[in-house]
Design a protein around this ligand. Structure first.
Ligand code: PAF
Length: 277
């Protein structure tokens, strides 16, 4: 497995792979790899096949954190991440120290899907995500990039960027990996200790309740889900919404094919989740 740290070396390798006609499958991550990431990596490995190349990028991207404290606290476990990648047969780990030149002043914005939900609660977040993903696409030149469904709005925004900016990349989506109680796997879960971890299981419980309530009025459903989650002493809801899965526009009726999006704080840890209804 290659350990690449410089953007120039990364680009040199990707040019060679492209010249050799090899399929290149990228899994962009911020590290602290868990079973959820491994499901993305396994999908990438399978897609690449024997002749293709899988690249896992590991980079805690500062520009997508609107809260510097959150950036500082983000778990960093590069040595363990590399071991996991090696065990999964990854061809190259790209873990740059930085991706931004001093004085970098160019970025990418999306002005529709990115304005609401996470975009509203974390100003600048999606501009940071799109800019770093575009940079990774330029450096790795993947034929496919694999993302998790857990970040549903992120995937929608990146899909729009690929379409609008003509990136020759196919986006591959992998379903959310979940703990036994249904909590979506996330690198942030390590910060949920004891009672907080127990209370976090109210998020998958809310998803279960929503699935049992399809065709209810959205306003009533949202109230019930919020009440259920906030009955836990350390949980406060940032948003609960039912949207059209493509446009992410809120809908009035929670019918099949719509998507539930939710975000809540459990103590100091902010969690997001989503599910098809
Ligand atoms: O989903 C993530 O881990 C990040 O947002 C991504 C796509 C790696 C960009 O930093």
């Amino acid at each position: 497995m290659k350990n690449l740290t410089s953007p120039q070396t990364m680009q040199r390798h990707s040019r060679r792979w492209q010249r050799d006609g090899r399929r290149v499958v990228l899994v962009p991550t911020m590290g602290a790899l868990h079973e959820g990431h491994l499901s993305l990596i396994r999908r990438a490995r399978k897609l690449a096949g024997e002749d293709g190349v899988t690249v896992v990028s590991v980079y805690v991207n500062p520009t997508q954190f609107n809260d510097p404290k959150d950036f500082k606290k983000y778990p960093r476990t590069l040595a363990a991440d590399k071991e996991l990648c090696r065990a999964e047969g990854v061809d190259a780990v790209f873990a740059p120290l930085t991706l931004y030149p001093v004085g970098a002043s160019v970025g990418i914005e999306e002005n529709d899907l990115a304005l609401q939900f996470e975009g509203e609660h974390r100003p600048g977040h999606f501009a940071g995500v799109m800019t770093v993903v575009a940079k990774l696409f330029h450096l790795v030149q993947p034929t496919e990039a694999v993302f998790g469904e857990k970040d549903f709005q992120q995937v929608a925004v990146i899909r729009r960027m690929i379409r609008d900016l003509d990136f020759p990349v196919r986006l591959i989506l992998v379903p959310t990996a979940r703990e036994v109680d249904g909590l979506a796997m996330s690198s942030r879960n390590v910060r949920l200790k004891g009672r907080l971890r127990e209370q976090a299981s109210v998020l998958p419980a809310a998803i279960r309740l929503a699935k049992e309530s399809v065709s209810d009025s959205v306003e009533g459903l949202k109230r019930r889900l919020k009440r259920l989650m906030e009955a836990q002493p350390d949980v406060s809801v940032d948003y609960v919404e039912v949207v059209d899965a493509d446009s992410l526009r809120p809908v009035r009726k929670a019918v099949r094919g719509t998507r539930l999006l939710l975000a809540a704080r459990v103590g100091p840890v902010r969690l997001i989740d989503n599910s098809a209804l």
